[in-house]
Ligand binder design. Structure first.
Ligand code: ZN
Length: 277
């Protein structure tokens, strides 16, 4: 497949969902360098090794510089096949926008420039199983990106399941969500300072607190898929494989990505082929 970048500078401004601060991201064209984040003149190349936190968001960093909540922008890069860009962050977090990938997607899809150079997608070649408590994440070979997420939510939502087969429309509008009862804990951790009904689907004891309810019947599990699409892009190239997640989140996603990354590194040492495992 061809590498892709943006035609021209594209900016997004908004609030950081965790810091609550005003923040801005500027995306510039680049050719063949992959995705590189810049903050305070520190360059952070996209890689599982750049991850510094996976609790409530995926954060990357280097030399004390941290960029929070990269997962939704990464999901949109992954869905659109944007392989090369310089992402300059003026703030400590990627803006949350409406809590989904929709605004990034809508703007970036018309700003793509196809490059001459090609990139090999990363193909999952063998089954990998990651477990943590009662959560499980499985990766196995498949010719396309296919993700099934199953959630087991307390209360009236119950068990929800959705399979993503590559159509961005099926997940792009799904918003970040939280349970009303978890809000005190999130606030106690100093997180969610920018969270509101404008950017978060809030699930109450017996109803959705947002006006208009859910955007999809299985909006929470579809959002979990969007998160996994973003976290997989930490590998720096489009991924082909079938994934099944039961109650997984950023930490489990990261453990899988790290495992895939170490397998690639080992394989590349043996075969000089960094493209697949
Ligand atoms: Zn998310």
């Amino acid at each position: 497949m061809k590498r892709k970048t943006v035609k021209e500078k594209v900016s997004f401004e908004g609030k950081g969902i965790h810091t609550g601060e005003k923040t801005k991201v500027e995306i510039y064209p680049s050719e063949g360098e992959g995705i590189v984040f810049i903050k305070d003149s520190v360059e952070i190349k996209l890689s599982p090794e750049a991850v510094v936190n996976t609790s409530f968001s995926t954060d990357i960093g280097k030399e004390g510089v941290v960029i929070k909540t990269v997962e939704h922008l990464l999901a949109v890069f992954h869905l659109l096949g944007i392989t090369d860009a310089i992402v300059e962050v003026k703030g400590s977090e990627i803006p949350i926008m409406d809590g989904s990938g929709y605004i990034f997607y809508k703007v970036l899809k018309d700003k793509i420039r196809v490059l001459e150079k090609s990139i090999e997608p990363l193909k999952i070649r063998k089954r990998i199983v990651i477990r943590k408590n009662d959560a499980i994440l499985i990766a196995e070979p498949h010719e396309k990106l296919n993700i099934t997420y199953e959630g087991d939510f307390n209360g009236y939502l119950g068990r929800q399941k959705f399979t993503f087969k590559g159509n961005a429309k099926d997940i792009i509008l799904a918003r970040t969500f939280c349970f009303e009862e978890d809000i005190p804990l999130i606030k106690k951790l100093g997180l969610g300072r920018g969270g509101s009904l404008e950017n978060t689907l809030v699930i109450g004891h017996s109803k959705i607190l947002n006006k208009g309810g859910m955007r999809y019947k299985e909006e929470p599990v579809r959002h979990k898929i969007l998160d996994l699409v973003g976290d997989l892009y930490l590998l720096g190239r489009p991924v082909k494989g079938r994934f099944y997640s039961f109650k997984g989140g950023h930490t489990l996603n990261y453990l899988l990505v790290k495992e895939i990354f170490s397998e690639i590194s080992e394989t590349s040492l043996l075969k000089a082929s960094p493209l697949s495992i």
